[in-house]
Design a binder for this molecule. Sequence first.
Ligand code: FES
Length: 121
Amino acid sequence: SEEEVVQVIVEDKDGNKFNVRGKIGDNLLYLSKRFEVEMEGACEASLACTTCHVYVDHDYLDLLPEATETEEDLLDQAPFLKENSRLGCQIILNKQLDGLKVTLPAATKNFYVDGHKPTPH
Ligand code: FES
């Protein structure tokens, strides 16, 4: 139903904006992929890469659950880290997040491709 619709705007590194329409419970990574946004997600949301790196609009940052230690450790290895960086695959939509804006970084790095696996926890 309309009740469950959550709108998200994803801006890619070139400034193209995508209006992504999801519903409560959707994972931002998979939702973005459905809308053909270039969010890679190399590890399929298993919290073992940084290719789903996004910057979260400051108005929404506090509405997200705090990052786990594993997410923080991964983000530390992400290129172009900012204080509002999060991993897109850890963002699950809820009604409060309606209108969420996220921006993609200039580049991401795939540790598996480069042969550097993130340190195990
Ligand atoms: Fe790998 Fe999000 S897809 S951590």
